[in-house]
Design a protein around this ligand. Structure first.
Ligand SMILES: [Zn+2]
Length: 398
């Protein structure tokens, strides 16, 4: 713990131009997630990882990396604390979403005090901020009591294999912050997401005699109806304070071959958003029993269920957690507003880490994944101040 004047003095050392330079360099390294496709133009997540390692190494961190799958590493750097105090991880993902219909996505542009380009707010801005935090700490000769760890994870935008590996194999910390674009809200919770694939199997015949066949699309319609009923039921259950109710719905449907054939096959991808307290096993059991009841009412159809095809845990950091209270308190003092903990939309790496991690970053989800992604440089300055002060608050003991 240190006094507010020290915070202010150190925050004044944050160099906006260095941070923006790191950000624009990272935007110009296209690190689009391959989304399970084989080879993709501008899939350079590994190059992004190498750049981040080089920068961490320049700053004197002990740098490591581990391939989660060949060619897709998690990377991290450790600024060792002088004693065995609590440790903090500042984490972010190395990948971005795609550049479809986004010309010049990887040509960074600065205009109206904003940095534009794919990854500007989701989330290379935070990676740049973390580097600047370390630079200030190092240049000012601050000795931390516990370890500060910077981490870049692979594959957050798809299956989150990076954070799942990190949760299993480390590195670990006592606390974590992820600078996802939360519009500078401090998010201590979010829903998880579980996906399942359901197949409806029928019997194909010439469509002039549909009564001789079994129409798999019609079979799937019963499942879609049952999902609608489940969604209504979810809304009547107890809500999570920050996340609200769990959600469920049909997301992707494929079926049929040609118009003159009764389809014997239809498949449906179900998107189920789970709130803290719900588990993948609960959700599977519920869907299984829902499909079983459809089968009982419509025995001519056969159904199969497979999954989870996507599996992201929910996040729920307790209200009395030190990292949550540290970030909330600092946001209140840096921005002079009455910040309260809220829920993040969508999933993040945080719940896979296995230690208490909150979400706080510049930019909003409206800009992330859009064809006009940007981050306000002023917001980046605020988030960097909060990251720096959180490091002092949690890791600095005189
Ligand atoms: Zn993100």
């Amino acid at each position: 713990m240190t006094d507010p004047d020290t915070y202010t003095t150190l925050c004044d050392k944050i160099d906006q131009s260095l941070m923006v330079e790191d950000l624009t360099t990272m935007i110009s390294i296209p690190s689009m997630n391959p989304f399970q496709q084989e080879v993709r133009k501008n899939y350079r997540e590994k190059e992004m990882a190498e750049f981040y390692c080089d920068r961490m190494s320049d700053l004197g961190l002990e740098v490591s990396s581990r391939d989660v799958v060949p060619g897709r590493p998690n990377v991290w750097g450790v600024l060792k604390g002088k004693s065995n105090g609590a440790s903090l991880m500042l984490a972010g993902h190395l990948d971005t979403v795609g550049d479809e219909n986004y010309p010049g996505a990887f040509i960074p542009r600065i205009e109206n005090n904003r940095v534009f380009g794919r990854g500007a707010c989701d989330m290379k801005d935070a990676l740049a901020s973390y580097l600047e935090v370390v630079r200030v700490i190092r240049d000012e000769g601050i000795e931390l009591s516990g370890d500060l760890i910077l981490t870049g994870t692979a594959d957050e935008e798809d299956q989150m294999i990076g954070s799942k590996d990190l949760g299993k194999n480390g590195p670990w910390a006592d606390y974590g912050i992820i600078g996802e674009p939360s519009n500078m809200e401090v998010c201590s919770a979010h829903m998880g997401q579980v996906g399942y694939l359901v197949r409806s199997l029928g019997k194909a015949v010439h469509s002039s005699r549909p009564e001789d066949g079994i129409n798999a699309i019609e079979g799937m319609m019963h499942i879609v109806d049952a999902l609608k009923a489940l969604q209504q039921d979810l809304m009547s259950r107890d809500a999570h304070t920050l996340c609200g109710h769990g959600r469920c719905g049909p997301a992707v449907i494929r079926g049929g071959t040609v118009v003159s054939t009764v389809p014997d096959y239809c498949e449906l991808e179900i998107d189920r958003r789970i709130i803290p307290g719900e588990t993948r096993d609960d959700v599977y059991a519920e869907l299984y029993s829902l499909i079983s009841s459809v089968v009982q009412s419509h025995p001519q159809f056969r159904f199969e269920i497979e999954g989870p095809t996507i599996d992201v845990l929910p996040l729920d950091v307790p209200a009395d957690n030190p990292v949550l209270n540290s970030v909330l308190g600092l946001v209140r003092s840096v921005t002079n507003n009455s910040a309260e903990a809220s829920a993040f939309y969508g999933g993040t790496d945080a719940p896979h880490f296995g230690f208490s991690t909150v979400i706080f970053g510049a930019g909003a989800l409206q800009q992330a994944h859009s064809m006009n992604e940007y981050v306000e440089i002023d917001d980046m300055m605020i988030t960097t101040r909060v990251y720096l002060c959180s490091v002092l608050d949690l890791l600095y003991r005189t």
